[in-house]
Every structure is written in structure tokens, then in C-alpha cells.
Ligand binder design. Structure first.
Ligand SMILES: [Zn+2]
Length: 196
């Protein structure tokens, strides 16, 4: 399927073993194609990008890029590889389905906060395993206390999203084939797999 998109979607890159790596822009994907660094492709979508005019043939060069590409060898820098994805509110709220861990209400981004289960003031860490999504009201009520100290019960447990889940959480314009591919790599305890 060749599709024209108003704005170019991100391209999912994999390592040679097929493990999800990161999102790249179409320009970056074209660079991989131009340098012959694309080992194989796994997506259902193709995008045609037009380059410059070839002086000898007078024809415009094109690159056809797939929505999911595996990159050869060591070109994937290890610096981006990390077992624990970075903690951001957008991905945190998405992990928790925008549901407050204390009252169970569903809220928009602006009405949600990052709650430290063990407060930072009591030595709690700012990490995936110590944070949940809380509405402003519940966060204020809990204040600088643990759930036990505040007499509030956690409705769900925190967890660390794996790489594939983080890639899903961090791309709001994910394509269906990219979603299907990444879903296979999401761990079983993920809330993305839980029934809605
Ligand atoms: Zn709440």
C-alpha cells in the first residue's frame, strides 16, 4: 500500500535481530536507504520521497521507504539503547490510561499529575516504579504522604514499560502496521494488553 500522508509519519527502526529500536524521521530513513544501511523491511506501508534531478538522465531520484526498517550492523548507536525508557508525564499518563490511581477517574492531560507513591521528601525516587498518574485533587489530598499515611488506596500498580511499549506510548501518530509489530514485543503485564 502506498499512501499519501499530510504529515509524514515516523519510521520505526529495528536492529538486525528485529528488536524495536526507535522512531526516526523520514529524512533519517532516507539517509539509511541512501547509505544502503536498510537490511530488510517489515511494514505494510511505503512512502515515496523525491530527491534531486539527476544531471545525466534528467530524472528525479526517488527513495521508497517502508514504515518499518531493520538497520544493518552497528549503525544503531548504543547510546540510545537503555533498558529503562525515560520517564515523561505524557508516557506515564498513557501507561496509566489517563486514570487516576486513587479515585479511578479518567482525566485529560492538563488535569493529571505525576504522583510519587513514596514522596520524594521521604526518599522516594522519581522512577517508573514509584510513580502513578493522579488527578490534581487526589494529589493535593495525598500531599507529602505515602498512600498508607494518607489512608488512600492504590487502584493499580506501577510498572516499567519495556522498549516496545515505550515506543507505542511515545508516538501519537503510530501506523497500524507499526502498532501491530510493537504489540508483539509488549510484555504480558502491560496495561496496553489489559482489557479496556
Ligand atoms: Zn483522583
Amino acid at each position: 500500500m502506498t499512501t499519501a500522508f499530510a504529515s509524514h509519519p515516523l519510521i520505526l527502526t529495528l536492529d538486525m535481530h528485529g528488536a524495536p529500536h526507535r522512531w526516526v524521521t523520514w529524512q533519517h530513513a532516507c539517509f539509511y536507504y541512501a547509505k544502503n544501511l536498510v537490511a530488510w523491511a517489515a511494514g505494510d506501508n511505503f512512502f515515496i520521497f523525491h530527491g534531486g534531478i539527476n544531471r545525466s538522465t534528467g530524472e528525479r531520484s526517488t527513495i521508497t521507504a517502508n514504515s518499518i526498517i531493520a538497520i544493518k550492523g552497528k549503525t544503531l548507536g548504543q547510546k540510545n539503547f537503555s533498558a529503562v525508557p525515560p520517564l515523561n508525564n505524557r508516557e506515564l499518563f498513557h501507561r496509566d490510561r489517563h486514570i487516576c490511581a486513587y479515585c479511578g477517574g479518567e482525566f485529560s492531560f492538563l488535569r493529571l499529575t505525576r504522583d510519587h507513591i513514596i514522596p520524594v521528601s521521604q526518599g522516594g525516587r522519581d522512577s517508573w516504579m514509584n510513580v502513578v498518574t493522579a488527578c490534581r485533587h487526589c494529589n493535593q489530598r495525598k500531599s507529602g504522604r505515602t498512600p498508607e499515611q494518607a489512608g488512600m488506596e492504590l487502584l493499580y500498580a506501577p510498572y516499567i514499560p519495556n522498549k516496545a511499549e515505550f515506543l507505542i506510548l511515545s508516538n501519537r501518530q503510530i501506523l497500524a502496521d507499526q502498532m501491530d509489530f510493537l504489540a508483539q514485543h509488549v510484555s504480558a503485564h502491560s496495561r496496553l494488553k489489559a482489557p479496556a
